[in-house]
Ligand binder design. Structure first.
Ligand code: SAH
Length: 247
């Protein structure tokens, strides 16, 4: 009999942000394919609960599994009748390529279960004391990737610069300088506040603040590394009011 695949969002890192449903399906699985981005403590839970754990984000020697290899592996395991937990950071359908995985499996007749997770786009801002929405600030929230497939860039930065929304950029550290320049060139106010939240919701969380005009330089000086989210918008200033009281 054909097995099935659970596409599980493991949340941003803090194991307490794993949902009850995620844990339930992790426990049901025979084998787990775990992404690099999944928090260390969540990985520990998966190792404890699942008999066979494959860390697909890890480099073995030089080789890191490609998306195609991961897709094929899930399919092969399901074909053997296994219940497969595909454990991904944050929410499986927020820039996690979960959609491509679901599509691949559905095309091959594999039953899938999609288990939402808490995305770092929201939890990252919140854990730094930044409400992405507040009535006194921009009304919307825009979540975009900092980089796209080479040669296939579709983000309209002039529109992004104009939109009345707090902007959250994921996968944006290596391209920070370039994207800040694009926003400034398209007329975004250089005084717009920016916060970068590195390793959000983990013990290693770090928050770096600046303005659009100087954040790239500050991030470089403070050696900011992925994974981190970038929040651009004046609502960032509320953090200064809130942070002292954050537990
Ligand atoms: N599906 C994930 C996002 C995958 S894309 C989610 O919903 O969160 C990978 C990007 O997510 C990283 O480059 C980083 O921008 C962000 N990210 C994931 N975990 C993070 C964390 N703990 N702290 C800060 N950013 C994180």
């Amino acid at each position: 009999m054909m097995g099935e695949v659970y596409l599980i969002g493991a949340g941003p890192g803090d194991p307490e942000l794993l949902t009850l449903k995620a844990l339930k399906y992790i426990r049901m699985a025979d084998v787990a394919l775990v992404d690099d981005l999944v928090g260390d403590e969540v990985k520990d839970i998966v190792r404890k609960e699942v008999e066979e754990v494959i860390e697909v984000g890890k480099r073995e020697g030089k080789h890191r599994k490609t998306q195609e290899e991961i897709n094929r592996l899930m399919y092969e395991l399901a074909k053997k009748g296994k219940k497969v937990a595909r454990v991904k950071g944050g929410d499986p359908f927020v820039f996690g390529r979960g959609g491509e995985e679901a599509e691949y499996l559905a095309e091959r007749g594999v039953r899938i279960k999609i288990i939402p997770g808490i995305t770092s786009a929201f939890a990252g801002a919140e854990s730094a004391g930044i409400p992405l929405n507040h009535r006194n600030f921009d009304p919307g929230i825009l979540i975009i990737p900092g980089r796209e497939r080479e040669g296939e860039e579709r983000i309209d930065w002039s529109a992004v610069a104009k939109i009345k929304a707090t902007i959250v950029i994921l996968m944006g550290i290596s391209s920070l300088e370039r994207n800040v320049r694009r926003l400034l060139e398209n007329g975004k106010d250089p005084d717009t506040m920016v916060a970068i939240v590195e390793n959000a919701t983990t013990e290693r969380q770090r928050v770096i603040e600046g303005k659009l005009s100087d954040i790239a330089e500050i991030a470089k000086r403070r050696n900011v590394k992925a994974p981190a989210i970038i929040v651009i918008g004046d609502v960032v200033e509320l953090r200064d009011k809130i942070k002292e009281y954050l537990q």
